[in-house]
Design a protein around this ligand. Structure first.
Ligand code: ATP
Length: 356
C-alpha cells in the first residue's frame, strides 16, 4: 500500500511547509526527523487528514485521498499523549472504533483479543487507563490504532512520554510489530537515534523543507550537507580548500594541515568541509608516519564502559573522539593532558562542497 505525496505543502502564514514529493513504500518503516518546529507534525497531520494542504495531493494505492476526511482514509494516528478514554477499560478502548462501525459482537471480541495479544497486553484487558503504566498505555494506544487494520499507521512521537530505558525497549517492540503486521509505519521523531534504529528510510526536515530522504546508513555516511551530518550524529569539521594531488585522492588544505580527501565532484580550488565522525577517528599514543595525522591534547574524557569519549584540543578547536574498548585492547588508557595524535582513514572522511 504505497503512499505518495505530490507537491504537498502547507502555508500557515507564519510557517510554510515547502512542497514535498515523496513515495513511502508498502510495509516500510518511514521516519520524519527534524528539530522542534520544522514541520514534522504538520506533515503527519496532512497525511492523516487533520489539516488541509495548501497545494499538492496525497495518493494512497493510486487513489487520490487528499480531500477525504480522516476516518475514511484507512490511515490511523497514534498521538503523542495517546488520547485514551480514561473511564473505559483497555478492552473497551480498543473496541471503541469497531463499535462505532457497528461490527458484530463476535467480530469485535475476536479482533480486539487478537490485537491485544499482538501488543502483549491481553492480560490487562479489564484494567482502566489510570491503572496502567506508561508502557502499557502506549501499547493500548497502538492496539487501538491497529485493531482497524490500517494501511498506514502514523506515529507522532509515540515514545516521548516514556522513561529512557522503557523507550529503548519499546523501540525494539515497535520494530518487531512493524514486521508482524502488514501496515506501513510513518513515525515523527526529533530523536536521531530512534530514527536510525527503527527506520527503513528517514526524511530529514528543517524549517519546513525536506533536506534529504534515505536509508539510515546513507543519511549517516553520505549526508547532503553539514546540517544533516550534525543532526544525525556527532561530527568534527575541518574547513579548507581542495587542492589537486597526484593519485586517486585530492588534498584539503586547512588551518590544521593538509589532509587526503576523497574526490567527491567538487573541483580543486573550491572551498570544502571535511566531516569526521568521532568513532571513525583513532587516537595514537605515538606518532607514526602516515597521511591524515594531527597533533592534539586530551582535554576531557568520559568512560562509558564499552567506549571512552574524549575531547581533544587541536589548536583552538575541540574534537570529539570515541574509542571503543575493544579497539583499545592492549593500548594504555589516556589521561587528561596527554599529548596524542589523531588519525583517520581517508575513505572515512566525508567531504562536502561549500555549496552544501
Ligand atoms: P515539534 O517537534 O515541536 O512538535 P514539529 O516539527 O512537529 O515540532 P509542527 O508542529 O509541524 O513542528 O509546527 C511547525 C510550525 O508550524 C510551528 O512554527 C508551528 O507553530 C506552526 N503551526 C503548526 N500548526 C499551526 C496552525 N494550526 N496554525 C498556525 N501555525 C501552526
Amino acid at each position: 500500500m504505497s503512499l505518495e505525496l505530490r507537491g504537498l505543502s502547507k502555508d500557515f502564514g507564519g510557517f510554510q511547509l515547502r512542497p514535498i514529493d515523496l513515495t513511502i513504500q508498502s510495509g516500510e518503516f518511514f521516519s520524519l526527523l527534524g528539530p522542534s518546529g520544522c514541520g514534522k507534525t504538520t506533515l503527519l497531520r496532512l497525511i492523516g487528514g487533520f489539516e488541509k494542504p495548501t497545494t499538492g495531493q496525497i495518493i494512497l494505492n493510486g487513489q487520490d485521498i487528499t480531500n477525504l476526511p480522516p476516518h475514511r482514509r484507512l490511515i490511523h494516528t497514534v498521538f503523542q499523549r495517546y488520547a485514551l478514554f480514561p473511564h473505559l477499560s483497555v478492552f473497551d478502548n480498543v473496541a471503541f472504533s469497531l463499535r462505532i462501525q457497528e461490527k458484530k459482537k463476535s467480530e469485535i471480541e475476536s479482533r480486539v483479543t487478537e490485537t491485544l495479544r499482538l501488543v502483549e497486553i491481553e492480560s490487562l484487558k479489564a484494567r482502566r487507563v489510570p491503572q496502567l503504566s506508561g508502557g502499557q498505555a502506549q501499547r493500548v494506544a497502538l492496539a487501538r490504532a491497529l485493531v482497524d487494520q490500517p494501511q498506514i499507521l502514523l506515529l507522532d512521537e509515540p515514545l516521548s512520554a516514556l522513561d529512557p530505558s522503557l523507550r529503548v525497549r519499546m523501540r525494539e517492540e515497535l520494530k518487531a510489530l512493524c514486521r508482524k503486521v502488514s501496515s506501513t509505519f510513518v513515525l515523527v521523531t526529533h530523536d536521531q537515534e530512534e530514527a536510525l534504529q527503527l527506520s527503513d528510510r528517514i526524511a530529514v526536515l528543517r524549517d519546513g523543507r525536506c533536506l534529504q530522504v534515505g536509508a539510515p546508513k546513507a543519511i549517516y555516511e553520505d549526508p547532503v550537507d553539514a546540517y544533516v551530518a550534525a543532526f544525525i550524529g556527532p561530527t568534527n569539521e575541518i574547513p579548507g580548500r581542495i587542492a589537486d594531488d597526484p593519485g586517486e585522492h585530492y588534498l584539503l588544505e586547512s588551518a590544521l594541515g593538509h589532509f587526503k580527501i576523497k574526490k567527491n565532484g567538487t573541483p580543486p580550488g573550491q572551498e570544502a568541509l571535511l566531516i569526521l565522525r568521532p568513532e571513525k577517528m583513532r587516537l595514537l599514543r605515538n606518532k607514526v608516519a602516515q597521511a591524515n595525522i594531527i597533533e592534539g591534547q586530551i582535554l576531557d574524557l568520559t568512560y562509558l564502559g564499552s567506549r571512552t569519549e574524549y575531547t581533544v584540543r587541536i589548536q583552538n578547536q575541540a574534537f570529539k573522539v570515541f574509542e571503543q574498548e575493544a579497539d583499545r585492547s592492549k593500548k594504555r588508557l589516556l589521561n587528561v593532558g596527554d599529548k596524542i595524535h589523531l588519525t583517520w582513514r581517508t575513505e572515512d572522511g566525508m567531504v562536502l562542497g561549500a555549496q552544501a
